[in-house]
Write a protein of this length. Structure first.
Length: 119
């Protein structure tokens, strides 16, 4: 087995997945970076008019930095998981100050989720 070169080693400042599990009809990815936690929920969008989640053809991504019952959850829907995550990042960034949300490097979140084929 070869050792990883410095370029292949994980960036210590990047988010990493600490836990991954299925919840309802989607998957939750618990991420951590330098003491900042972020839960990202990825699932097919359940359109109330559809008979199944797959019928809507859209994806829903939600993110929260706390597991408290009153945590702020930012949720967006889009045609792809990656687009829904991008929209979550934009919304999060826009309201971070007013809602006291931690600063998040959304490109790092996208990178770690792409690595496990979540997007």
């Amino acid at each position: 087995m070869r050792s990883a070169s410095s370029s292949e080693r994980a960036d210590p400042n990047a988010f990493r997945i600490t836990m991954q599990y299925h919840r309802r009809n989607g998957t939750v990815y618990e991420l951590e970076r330098a003491g900042v936690t972020l839960d990202v929920h990825v699932s097919p969008d359940q359109d109330p008019a559809s008979t199944s989640a797959a019928d809507s053809g859209k994806w829903m991504v939600g993110a929260q930095s706390s597991r408290e019952q009153d945590a702020v959850v930012i949720t967006e829907r889009a045609a792809t998981r990656a687009e829904a995550l991008r929209l979550v990042g934009e919304t999060w960034t826009a309201c971070a100050l007013s809602r006291n949300l931690p600063q998040v490097d959304w490109s790092s979140v996208e990178k770690v989720l792409l690595a496990v084929r979540a997007l």
